[in-house]
Design a protein around this ligand. Structure first.
Ligand code: 9MR
Length: 403
């Protein structure tokens, strides 16, 4: 009698405890459902993470691997099936998930040098809806000497995007870094005005109608608030070099959304306050600005993360569209521990969830695809590891979309 009561009570529970497509289904420390819904197969990504992957999307070659699971004292061994790394079917990656929830894109920074790497391009194609040129549209690449333009790298990025049906975030028309010395040498306002106008209109004009949003200006606010020191701020003496750049970009590509982009505005404080004031002042002067970009290069366990929703709300208070433009969450050490992986997963979830809960937040771009190809060498900041296996961070991103 006792046994039959237990059986009757638990059978429906077991039947309903099925993980949804792309949900976690195994891994060290995981205690949730290990069965996947119909059409999905539980696939080990690494010792800490197995995932319900679309059965239809799996490559036909599979191999059995043995992984361990459970706490140290009660370690058990289970056998699962691991797929070889392959691309997901179109429409099932992060971009499709976020679009289904009403946002515009998940994007990745990349450039021509990565297009021969099928590990990267498979992910760009299957998971992304937008690309940002990591370096190829910057001033040093596009106008290394005055009036002499080079679009080799930028054209390659745009061709890749168009061939694969991806949106493009243009990055960036005006920045104090990766700025050729000939621009830094300009000492008079009339010349610098002409040079900014010519640069912005030539670069933005070349890709007219192809760019979703331009980072017209990047990192113009000083870290402690106020105006960053640069040839632009020094020669103009005020913020109106922005007016010149935004107006030139507008004239060159009227339908692109024009953004002001910066880092560390994911922290409250003087820098965020100045940034918001600059945007409001641009609007009050009638300068065409449509969007703000919060880069969000941050750290696992960072103090900005629990408050991230608030900083997005503050940015949305400008009345502009808000975009997360360069997301990565670096570990503090080069050793990627299980605890750091789990914290990173939570942090990705928190940030993505904040965007989902902010109607002005339109999309999220990751500053790279995998941990072997990132500007933060050795700090494991992205969603895929060095072997293109999904990290717990990937599931955190998915959970954030679904939150
Ligand atoms: O990821 C870019 C790296 O390859 C370049 O060497 C670096 C040079 O300045 O710029 C990196 O991208 C930066 C972006 O353009 C603006 N925000 C900060 C990014 C990381 O440094």
């Amino acid at each position: 009698m006792k046994y039959s009561i237990i059986f009757v009570a638990t059978a429906p529970l077991l039947a309903s405890a099925q993980q949804s497509l792309w949900g976690q289904c195994g891994g060290i420390g995981y205690t949730g459902p290990t069965n996947c819904v119909a059409g999905a197969a539980c696939t080990t990504q690494n010792a800490y993470y197995a995932q319900c992957v679309s059965a239809a999307g799996q490559p036909t070659t599979t191999r059995a691997v043995t992984t361990t699971a459970g706490a140290t004292t009660t370690r058990t061994t289970t056998t699962t099936t691991r797929t070889t790394t392959g691309s997901q079917p179109a429409g099932t990656g992060l971009d499709a998930l976020i679009k289904a929830k009403g946002k515009k894109y998940v994007g990745f920074a990349t450039d021509q040098g990565e297009f021969g790497n099928t590990g990267i391009t498979n992910i760009l194609k299957a998971e992304g809806g937008c690309v940002s040129p990591e370096n190829s549209m910057k001033w040093d690449a596009t106008e290394p000497s005055r009036g002499s333009f080079n679009f080799n790298g930028a054209d390659a990025l745009v061709n890749f995007a168009q061939t694969n049906g991806k949106m493009i975030r243009g990055h960036t028309l005006l920045w104090h870094n990766q700025l050729p010395q000939w621009v830094k040498n300009i000492g008079d306002k009339a010349t610098l005005t002409t040079v900014i106008q010519n640069h912005a209109s030539t670069v933005a004009g070349r890709y007219k109608g192809k760019i979703y949003a331009w980072d017209v200006a990047n990192e113009v606010v000083a870290d402690g608030g106020g105006m960053r020191s640069s040839v632009f701020s020094q020669v103009f003496g005020d913020w109106t070099f922005l007016d010149v750049a935004f107006k030139a970009a507008k004239a060159a590509d009227p339908n692109a959304k024009l953004c002001l982009n910066d880092y560390n505005i994911n922290f409250t404080g003087a820098k965020l306050n100045t940034f918001v004031q600059v945007v409001k002042d641009l609007k009050s002067r009638g300068v065409p600005i449509d969007c703000v970009g919060t880069q969000t290069h941050t750290s696992v366990g960072g103090s900005d993360i629990p408050n991230y929703k608030n900083t997005l709300t503050t940015l949305a208070g400008t009345g502009c569209e808000v975009q997360i433009t360069e997301l990565d969450i670096a570990m503090s050490t080069t050793t990627s521990t299980s605890a750091l992986q789990q914290q990173q997963r939570n942090d990705y979830k928190t940030i993505v969830s904040a965007c989902m809960g902010t109607s002005a937040c339109s999309g999220i771009t990751l500053w790279g695809v995998d941990d072997a190809n990132t500007w933060i060498t050795g700090k494991h900041p992205l969603l895929w590891d060095e072997n293109f296996a999904k990290k717990p961070a990937y599931q955190g991103f998915v959970d954030g979309i679904n939150s």
